[in-house]
Design a protein around this ligand. Structure first.
Ligand SMILES: Nc1ncnc2c1ncn2[C@@H]1O[C@H](COP(=O)(O)OP(=O)(O)OP(=O)(O)O)[C@@H](O)[C@H]1O
Ligand SMILES: [Mg+2]
Length: 255
């Protein structure tokens, strides 16, 4: 229980690449394996919060609490997810302002400190697709990043852009940051194009960096809208199996 939590950011500057779905499901898998997990929702849209089945009060400050003069305590800001063992830090009301007014470096230090103080063993951070302060906060707080991508011909460019941003942060502001892997999502191995894009990225980043894929699955898509991890919504589905295996693989990659 003691010690520093391992912190994973899920990031890709391209939209709609299952970042939120991956964050919610990996958090649920780790909790089911007995870990105490904090899910941080850095996207002002709050989809990870909803997708995890957490219901913050309408006036919940979320990350906006960081805009105050004193760094707040994390515990009063946490909301339980549907999956036992997962606690969610919601983004707060987007109309009242995203955490852009905060200093990402200071906010990242606060998050690491508070997650350790509260005994979290794993932190999963869902990041928005734009390269703003929230993504920076996530990459400064994390020690590992995974990049989910849809294996579409244009995906390779998105992954390359994300990799450039990752290396910039990892060589300057957060030297401890590691790339845990690239995750093909909504994958259909029958499609030659999907196999080609996965092979191209494996060639560029190394086969070991290409993590297991998550197949295209209606059950996975449904589960997010219902506020449940796919392991609860459809435990026997292929999507649930994929996320269980992926969570184990990411855990191994994080050392
Ligand atoms: N394995 C899957 N099979 C089918 N649909 C999926 C799968 N994973 C995610 N989806 C669907 O794809 C859409 C995008 O997923 P999600 O919201 O997780 O992406 P995102 O990268 O977080 O998007 P954004 O960039 O807008 O934050 C959602 O409708 C989701 O239900
Ligand atoms: Mg998202």
């Amino acid at each position: 229980m003691s010690g520093r939590p391992r912190i994973l950011a899920v990031a890709n500057r391209k939209g709609g690449t299952a970042k939120t779905t991956t964050a919610v499901n990996v958090a649920a898998e780790w909790a089911a394996a007995g870990r105490r997990v904090l899910l941080v929702d850095l996207d002002p849209q709050g989809h990870a919060t909803l997708g995890a089945g957490a219901h913050p009060a309408p006036d919940h400050p979320g990350l906006r609490a960081l805009l105050g003069a004193q760094p707040p305590a994390l515990d009063p800001l946490l909301v339980p997810a549907a999956e036992p063992g997962v606690w969610v830090l919601p983004p707060g009301d987007p109309l009242a302002g995203p955490p852009a007014g905060t200093d990402p470096g200071a906010a990242a230090s606060w998050l690491r400190r508070e997650a350790a103080r509260l005994g979290f063993e794993r932190v999963v951070i869902d990041t928005p697709p734009d390269a703003g302060a929230a993504l920076k906060l996530g990459l400064l707080a994390a020690d590992h990043v995974v990049v989910p991508f849809v294996p579409h011909p244009l995906a390779a460019e998105g992954v390359r852009q994300m990799a450039r941003l990752f290396y910039r942060i990892a060589t300057r502001a957060n030297a401890g940051l590691r790339l845990a892997g690239l995750v093909p999502v909504m994958l259909d191995r029958r499609l030659r194009e999907h196999r080609r894009v996965v092979a191209e990225l494996a060639g560029r980043f190394g086969a070991a960096r290409l993590l297991r894929g998550v197949r295209a699955s209606i059950r996975v898509a449904e589960s997010l809208g219902r506020g449940l991890a796919v392991r609860r919504h459809a435990p026997r589905s292929g999507g649930a199996l994929d996320y269980a295996l992926l969570a184990g693989e990411i855990e191994l990659a994080m050392g």
